[in-house]
Design a protein around this ligand. Structure first.
Ligand code: ATP
Length: 322
């Protein structure tokens, strides 16, 4: 293994920089060159790249986002785009390739492996924490801490004005951010894509609400079937005219910010093991951390969504928010 490529792909996530740094520094210790391609598969198609050295990754471990930038590439999903990406790999004579991204990015890597024999390893980088084969994805811990901090602030104003806030958090297919932050913030209810009767539960729950306590936080994952925070908020305004109901969409602040300590450490571990995996000849595998142990999961298994949330966590939330 003499020369490897590296991209960050899909949605950005805090901690990606820590992972980039770990890949580059580990590779350096093994006398392996690293070429970083900008904007995910787009940079691979356009051969838009930078030689990553120790100095290019200095002073980035604490910064959110990704210095390699990231993108969703529709061109990579065409045969012409794929062909151009393969030509770039050949031009650089790369022996290995590391992709930091989510399930879509790993699907892309699998498609690439059908066209080129390059060995590829993935590091899970997505705030959604929705990959099989790891308890933790890069970005998730910072995102739930950002959400918790924001909702704490919303709670202060909700309490002062006796308002109900319907707060939308990220999660197109997964309610993990909503569930964790709801427990952390003492939210009164959640609505998530994985459970189909959350709205009915909310209506039922309201009957038991104390009249004296008027501030409530209802957290809605963006992929909820009832139209997100606007859908729920506008419905509740009609159904519950006795309450002052406000809608708040946290949006892209959830993707930014300095990564937490846990994020930096786990991202560093994953970057280190991604290089070791390539050295050991593994390919089409994602590095993961399960029960504090590093493990590898084939891409085709990692990208299968877990449909069910941990029922114990849901029960804990239901009991604590009753
Ligand atoms: P996030 O979880 O943050 O959304 P992601 O990696 O899942 O991250 P996607 O937009 O789903 O983000 O995928 C990133 C890129 O991977 C796509 O823009 C596309 O270029 C590539 N990709 C995804 N699926 C395929 C596929 N089936 N074939 C080829 N390329 C793909």
């Amino acid at each position: 293994m003499k020369k490897i490529g590296l991209i960050t792909s899909g949605g950005d996530a805090p901690g990606m920089n820590a992972c980039i740094r770990a890949v580059v520094r580990t590779a350096r210790a093994e006398q392996i060159e690293v070429v970083g391609f900008y904007r995910g598969y787009e940079g691979l198609i356009d051969n838009d790249c930078i030689q990553l050295t120790k100095s290019t990754v200095s002073n980035i471990i604490h910064r959110g986002g990704t210095v390699l930038k990231t993108a969703r590439s529709s061109r990579f999903m065409t045969s012409k785009g794929m062909q151009m990406a393969v030509e770039t790999l050949q031009k650089h004579a790369l022996d290995g390739f590391i992709v930091i991204g989510g399930d879509g990015s790993f699907r892309g890597a699998l498609e690439l492996s059908k066209q080129h024999t390059i060995k590829t390893i993935g590091c899970p980088g997505t705030i959604d924490n929705d990959l099989v084969g790891t308890d933790y994805t890069i970005g998730y811990d910072t995102a739930i801490n950002t959400v918790t901090e924001a909702i704490d602030k919303i709670r202060d104003t909700a309490e002062s004005h006796d308002r109900i806030f319907v707060v939308e958090v990220m999660g197109r297919d997964a309610g993990l951010i909503a569930l964790r932050s709801a427990i952390a913030c003492g939210a009164e209810a959640i609505l998530i894509p994985e459970r189909k009767n959350d709205l009915a539960r909310l209506m039922e729950k309201k009957k038991s609400w104390r009249k004296t306590k008027k501030s409530r936080i209802i957290i809605v994952a963006e992929g909820d079937e009832n139209g997100g925070a606007f859908g729920i908020g506008n419905l509740l305004k009609k159904e519950w005219p006795e309450f002052d109901i406000r809608i708040s969409i946290l949006g892209h602040i959830q993707r930014g910010g300095n990564p937490t300590c846990m994020e930096r450490v786990n991202a560093s571990i994953m970057g280190y093991y991604a290089v070791q995996a390539l050295k050991n000849g593994l390919t089409n595998q994602m590095v993961g951390i399960v029960n504090k142990q590093v493990c590898y999961t084939p891409f085709q298994d990692a990208v299968k969504h877990i449909e069910e949330l941990n029922p114990d966590m849901l029960q804990i939330l239901d009991i604590l928010s009753a």
